[in-house]
Ligand binder design. Sequence first.
Ligand SMILES: NC(=O)C1=CN([C@@H]2O[C@H](COP(=O)(O)OP(=O)(O)OC[C@H]3O[C@@H](n4cnc5c(N)ncnc54)[C@H](OP(=O)(O)O)[C@@H]3O)[C@@H](O)[C@H]2O)C=CC1
Ligand SMILES: O=C(O)CCC(=O)C(=O)O
Length: 447
Amino acid sequence: MKKLISDFMDLVKVRNHNEPEFLQAVQEVAETVIPYIAKHDIYYGKNILLRMVEPERAIMFRVPWVADDGEIHVNRGYRIQMNSAIGPYKGGLRFHPSVNMSILKFLAFEQVFKNSLTTLPMGGGKGGSDFDPKGKSDDEIMRFCHSFMAELCRHIGPNTDVPAGDIGVGAREIGFLFGMYKKMRNEFTGVLTGKGRSWGGSLIRPEATGYGTVYFAQSMLKTKGESFARKTVVISGSGNVAQYATEKATQLGGKVVTLSDSSGYIYDEEGIDEEKLVHVMYLKNEKRARISEYVKKYPTAKFFKGESPWTVKCDIALPCATQNELDGNDAGTLISNGCICVAEGANMPSTPEAIHEFHGAKTLFAPGKASNAGGVATSGLEMSQNSLRISWSREEVDERLKGIMEDIHDSCIEYGKEEDGYINYVKGANIAGFVKVADAMLAQGVV
Ligand SMILES: NC(=O)C1=CN([C@@H]2O[C@H](COP(=O)(O)OP(=O)(O)OC[C@H]3O[C@@H](n4cnc5c(N)ncnc54)[C@H](OP(=O)(O)O)[C@@H]3O)[C@@H](O)[C@H]2O)C=CC1
Ligand SMILES: O=C(O)CCC(=O)C(=O)O
């Protein structure tokens, strides 16, 4: 089996040798899916995984824009349309200086499996730009978004490809992007998700990734007769996913003691309660400040510059910032500090060495493609509401979100339960996600 996997990876490396994040994501899937393919005649010998690692289309384009001081800047825009076997391409847009082909292809590849797990008819895609929104004025953000969409609008549509937010793309950016799409195409349609409430957005979409991650962790804990009540929770990030994971974990009785950003982390031993979270939301979503400012208002909390929060003793860890933010050493520290459950809110935040540590210690560990799927699932619900021209209540959407997260958890058990009873959520998510897409690809022939 090792030879089958390494032969496959050698083929993938030839074409993608300078794309480390993409190769990391593919390796993780190959290790669990290739043994499954080898045991199932209908998939064997069809090169399905080899077809899945090649994007159906990768678009790269120039994004020129004018800064407030009149200087002309040029960024690079991308959209990776990875797989449309089970539905239109679906996945977020990331605006961050680190964005490149490798990062977007890893995200698009993960998205294919994640979207399949949601049970909704969505293919996988991802896009974005190396544009850095930090320190830009609202007008500069608007001009950038308009220029980005002036090109992207040719390649997307409600039945073709439906982008949404990701790092650096929130409600403000989705508004500017939607405005330009509407102008260029002269149509008001559900081409983006994460829209404002009064123009087609769904209730609960802003909350959905963070809430969904906590719902998933709740199901994991339940397998051990545990819950969030009275548990200490360590969360990284302080953006959309981290904020709503904090809200839901607190509502379920947990005490969230950390949040972070790229400058460091804050530790509040008393817990980041509802009132303190309102302040975090003001700092990050309105003032667009650094998380370190938290300690100005709450001086009993501490700020640790340039560090990540994994040394803080906790029962539950929710990495909600970015890829490869938690390595093997961090995992070892979490385990020796008594952490029993890790659910990824971010995409691929744990390195392969960290996952190896969690599996070795039989820690409950969920990969992002399962535990953070609530965001895109609720985007799928937004698409349904747009198509039907209706809008569901907050309770209705939240119930559907909970149901979807429970279904994903069940699929992980179905495909990931080991002989000793340990649930390997990585294996479960990869195989369950693969089967649905592979069946569709087989039915549609070699296209
Ligand atoms: N939004 C969504 O619906 C979904 C998001 N995700 C994933 O969740 C993660 C967070 O996304 P989201 O909350 O939407 O993004 P936001 O832009 O709202 O927040 C991102 C957070 O992560 C921090 N961060 C980003 N890059 C780094 C870095 N290199 N080192 C340390 N911290 C960093 C940011 O800090 P700073 O401000 O300093 O950059 C910020 O606190 C991403 O992995 C994303 O792909 C997954 C599913 C859906
Ligand atoms: O809601 C969406 O379409 C995108 C969500 C996303 O980018 C993700 O799941 O990583």
